[in-house]
Design a protein around this ligand. Sequence first.
Ligand SMILES: *[C@@H]1O[C@H](CO)[C@@H](O)[C@H](O)[C@H]1NC(C)=O
Length: 504
Amino acid sequence: MRTSVSLAVLAAVSGATAFWRMECHGRLGIARIDPLISPGEVAQHAHSIHGSSGFSESATYQNLIDADCTSCAVTQDKSVYWHPSLYFQHANGTYESVEQVGGMLAYYFLYGDDGSKDSSITAFPSDFRMIAGNSLRRSYSIAGYSAFDADPEKSFWSKLGQTSQTDLAQRALGFNCLNYNKQPEGSLYRHVMPEKSYLDANCADGVRFEIMFPSCWNGKDLDTKDHKSHVAYPDLVMNGVCPQGFDVKLPGLFYETIWATNAFNNVDGQFVIANGDVHGFGYHADFMNGWNPDFLQKAVDTCTDGSGKIQDCPIFDIQSLEDQQKCSLKVPKALVSEKVVGLVGNSLPGDVAIQYGPDSATVKNPALPTTTQELPTVGYSEGAQATGTAYQPGQIFKESPSSAAVPSPSVSLSKVAALAQATPPAPTEAPVAPAAVDDSKYEVVRTDYITVGDVVSMIIVKEAVEYVTVTTTTVTATGSAKARREVHMHRHAGRHGHNGRHLS
Ligand SMILES: *[C@@H]1O[C@H](CO)[C@@H](O)[C@H](O)[C@H]1NC(C)=O
């Protein structure tokens, strides 16, 4: 029996799903404060801020841990979690804040480095800080793929050359269309904010913004000038193999924030993130550690329950919802009179102008928007339950179309074929057709080519409601051909357990 690469990856995921979800039901406030990007100054754009009330434009670790409250549930966590807030621009030009539903969640995933024998997780050191995402990004660029294509199955990412840090950072963003009457979409499934008309038609319960932080650390810098270079993504964004030089595995932070975009259903206008981004490519988030590292290490080592519930971690002291919501920010003088909630006027807080892209945004706000970018809309698609897991962010992960009902656009063949450096040589014999599976139940949804060295692999992805069949035909440059078939039985909506079998 042949070992399947994709199955090995899935197994690794399901074998290491220890995590907890830090609930932050309170919000310290919305303000143009960002001690990482704009220390000691008013920041460019408004952020929604959660965590320790010691936060300020010049906050230090000491300030955070000395503070008397946190807007998150666990009192030992004096970290601060922040991200740009969301606004709606009415047709008449007036901006209005969008309501944030239920605060935010910060997941702590405890995935080891799959490339290392050492599967340990190291707690964030005292003064540790980092940023995920890029506020100036206004486009999506992963070779052969657009933000509207479903991601290829994770096991193909490296073969497709899609594991650069820039690629992974773009796949670390998710805009989840919420409709509680449907099966939920997968986390990090859609890497672009849907258009207003799409939201009106499909996302009856709003949109969940998702962002995964890098979790591989260089082991020495607590921060770097760009607040990113000291950390890196593992090659599957959430988990996988850490790049060389980033051998220390940190807890994997993943923020989820729900915005009530549905409150503007059938109202003319557009949604704009506080940094002047309408597509979400420039969505980003910041983290400043406020845990005692010894305590966090103990939590990381002992709170390895798969439930994700902070209540299942006995060392956490959990405060009431009311106490979380009581904790707020001391707004600096310069910002006291700035309107950031409700109808805020004819510009975003800080006079941030919309920059549509696809060119990178500039930090200085241009007087007028630059070129506009017409973008299609990715379709709604229910997520596939990750294998063997009780609970995941948004309940669910999604990595490739897994249902016969997957709407177009799916990955286009031309895009993937364009990736191939060489034209696939014709095989000298027809690929061996695997016999043991009843093909009538499947339909081909796409064909991908992957070129690695002189080997061109053709991957035919077939899908049915309950099963996903991946047939890989490998053609070497010398012309010999062999076929491999893997049958993945994915479970949908948690109705079936994962199973895998391989026919060679
Ligand atoms: C713009 O439209 C919104 C929504 O209808 C309204 O609340 C607001 O007062 C209007 N602003 C101006 C300046 O007319």
